[in-house]
Design a protein around this ligand. Sequence first.
Ligand SMILES: NC(=O)c1ccc[n+]([C@@H]2O[C@H](COP(=O)([O-])OP(=O)(O)OC[C@H]3O[C@@H](n4cnc5c(N)ncnc54)[C@H](OP(=O)(O)O)[C@@H]3O)[C@@H](O)[C@H]2O)c1
Length: 303
Amino acid sequence: MTPNDRSGSVALVTGGTGGIGKETARALAERGASVVVVGIDRERGLRAVQDIRDSAGHDRVHAVSADVTTLDGLRRLAEAVGERHDRLDVLVNNVGVNLPARTLTADGVERMFAAHVLAPFTLTHLLLPLLERAPAARVVNLTGGIPGGPIDPGNLLGERRYLGWTFSHYNHTKTMTMAMTHRLAARLRGSGVTANVVYPGHGHTPMNRATPLRAFPIAYRPIAPLVLKVIAPLFLSDLTRSARSSVYAATSPDLDGVSGAYVDGRCRRRPLPAPALDPAAQEAVWELCVRLSAPVLGGVSPA
Ligand SMILES: NC(=O)c1ccc[n+]([C@@H]2O[C@H](COP(=O)([O-])OP(=O)(O)OC[C@H]3O[C@@H](n4cnc5c(N)ncnc54)[C@H](OP(=O)(O)O)[C@@H]3O)[C@@H](O)[C@H]2O)c1
């Protein structure tokens, strides 16, 4: 099988029914993989399946509707995947959200932490039996571009301080994605499953289109409408570019056996930012994930 031929492999992309995730799913399906795309809206899911099948020229593309920010959604998603597939070669934890105000999921978990940290942690563990059945499975977790400074173990859920639209908590949780992934890679050593983190680069997606003026630093606000309405649609609408780093991390032989690495928007390996490598911060994030996922995982042995 050449790097571009993924026939016989199975991939799952969360947020694969829209934005960057959909282009990631399309690229994997075009290489012959069977692909499961996950979104919330059933109709959008069905349309995405048809669109990706048309591009890929095969019908091994299916949608599962599930809210990955809830434990119940993750449990049902894993069950649905297990009913259709007996192995999983690629898991792309792609869902990202940026929320102006602090909100909690049905499990009582702050929603950006749930989407960016708890969901990749829990889904990977729920699907581990399937991942371990593939010859060399890869987990790909998506991060944001701006490291969010040090991880604050006293504010992991934005309980003390939550700055929504300034991307502050968004960046904080994305740094936690990196910390959790680095720790996950260590835990998976010897299992044949690797876990890496990628930055997609900017793409003009539904998430970005919804960015209001107040999300921009004050100095940039006068030019923000130009950026959002003219520059971004002109230069950032080709989401195949934004999907490149996820596809690279999911398929490139350059990353055979590589785990715990960071891949930037140009598919280059870069060091993880220092805050993501802080052992105390990693421990705090990991412990919180273990505790919050306990209702579905029943506990996870130490990494
Ligand atoms: N766009 C950028 O410039 C940029 C930059 C840096 C990093 N990123 C990261 O790249 C990833 C993809 O970003 P994007 O801009 O493509 O996002 P997006 O356009 O908002 O993604 C939309 C997709 O995510 C699904 N989705 C949203 N919330 C979900 C949930 N709770 N459960 C299941 N599916 C859900 C949507 O399904 P429905 O349509 O059914 O709701 C749709 O399939 C994110 O992790 C983001 O943080 C993006």
